[in-house]
Design a protein around this ligand. Structure first.
Ligand SMILES: NC(=O)c1ccc[n+]([C@@H]2O[C@H](COP(=O)([O-])OP(=O)(O)OC[C@H]3O[C@@H](n4cnc5c(N)ncnc54)[C@H](OP(=O)(O)O)[C@@H]3O)[C@@H](O)[C@H]2O)c1
Length: 254
C-alpha cells in the first residue's frame, strides 16, 4: 500500500526522514514545508516544497518535525481534513496535537545531525496514536523504513527520553571532558579514540554492568583521591558523583 506523507520542518530529523522516504518503496513524499525555504531547497528535484502553510497538499500522514517549542504552533496552523498528524519528539506528549482529531507520534530513538549519514533501517521507531487504526498505519510506515518499531505511550516516552539523555548526551559530554583533561596536560586528545570505541562496543557485547572497570568499581580510594587533584572544581563534582554511583552499584565504599 502506498502511503502519502508530508513533512513539516527542515531540521536534522525532518531532512533525514525526507531522504529516507524519497528512497523507500511504497512511500510518496508529497511535500515538505519549512518556514525557511533555503534549508529544504535541495529537496526540490524530489518533491514539492513550500514555506506557506496555506499551500499544504493532501496526504495520509503529516509529520511535524520542528523544535519542541514550536510543535503546538505549527499544528494549530495546519488546516487539514481528517488526516493523521504526528510529531517526532521524545519529550512532547501526544496531547500537543489535540487540535487534530487523528493524532500520533513517530519518534526515532537516535541522535541526528544534518550532515551525518545514518542507516535508518537500524533505528527503533517509537509509535503512538489516539486511534488503533492509526497505530496500524504508523506501524506500516515504520516497517517500510526500519527493522524495528515499538508501541510507546507518552508517559513511557518521557522516561525513555530521560534514559536516552544518559546513554547519549551525558556519555558524549564525558567524552568531551576527557578530551579537555588531555589537552590541559598537553596530551593529544585523539589518544582516547580507540578507548571511546571499545567502551561502546564492549557495553553492547557483554552488558554495561559486566563491562565496568576502574577505581570506583574496585573501591580504590587512593586512586580516587589522586584523580581529584587533577580536576577543576566542576569536574571534581562530576567525578565524585559518578564514582559514588559506580561504587554503590558494586557494593564498594570509597
Ligand atoms: N536531533 C535529534 O537527534 C532528534 C532525535 C529524535 C527526535 N528529535 C525531535 O525531532 C524534532 C525536530 O528536531 P531537530 O533536531 O530536527 O530540530 P532542528 O534541527 O533544530 O530544526 C528545527 C526545525 O524547527 C523549525 N522551527 C523552529 N521554530 C519554529 C517556529 N516557531 N515555527 C515554525 N518552524 C519552526 C525550524 O525552522 P527553520 O529552519 O526555519 O529555523 C527547523 O525546521 C524535535 O521535536 C526533536 O525533539 C530530535
Amino acid at each position: 500500500m502506498m502511503i502519502k506523507v508530508i513533512i513539516l520542518g527542515g531540521g536534522n530529523v525532518a531532512m533525514h526522514l525526507a531522504h529516507v522516504f524519497i528512497k523507500a518503496h511504497e512511500i510518496k513524499l508529497v511535500q515538505v514545508f519549512n518556514r525557511t525555504l533555503t534549508s529544504i531547497e535541495n529537496l526540490k528535484e524530489h518533491t514539492a516544497i513550500t514555506d506557506n502553510l496555506k499551500k499544504i497538499k493532501k496526504a495520509d500522514i503529516y509529520i511535524i518535525s520542528v523544535s519542541d517549542s514550536a510543535i503546538k504552533l505549527v499544528a494549530s496552523k495546519l488546516k487539514i481534513n481528517n488526516a493523521l498528524v504526528v510529531h517526532t519528539s521524545g519529550s512532547s506528549s501526544i496531547a500537543v496535537l489535540k487540535d487534530h482529531k487523528r493524532s500520533g507520534v513517530f519518534y526515532p530513538l537516535q541522535t541526528f545531525s544534518k550532515n551525518r549519514k545514518i542507516d535508518f533501517s537500524n533505528i527503533p521507531l517509537c509509535i503512538e496514536a489516539t486511534h488503533s487504526k492509526d497505530l496500524l498505519l504508523l506501524q506500516q510506515l515504520a516497517m517500510k523504513i526500519s527493522k524495528t518499531y515499538y508501541h510507546i505511550d507518552s508517559e513511557q516516552r518521557k522516561k525513555l527520553h530521560t534514559a536516552a539523555v544518559f546513554v547519549n548526551n551525558f556519555v558524549n559530554h564525558l567524552y568531551y571532558l576527557g578530551g579537555e583533561i588531555c589537552t590541559k596536560y598537553n596530551i593529544e586528545s585523539d589518544i582516547l579514540r580507540p578507548l571511546i570505541k571499545e567502551t561502546a562496543d564492549k557495553a553492547l557485547d557483554i552488558s554495561p554492568l559486566d563491562a565496568q572497570t576502574g577505581p570506583a568499581r574496585r573501591g580504590d580510594t587512593i586512586t580516587f583521591k589522586k584523580h581529584l587533584t587533577n580536576l577543576t572544581p566542576d569536574q571534581q563534582e562530576i567525578y565524585k558523583l559518578l564514582s559514588h554511583s559506580i561504587s554503590k552499584t558494586y557494593g564498594k565504599k570509597l
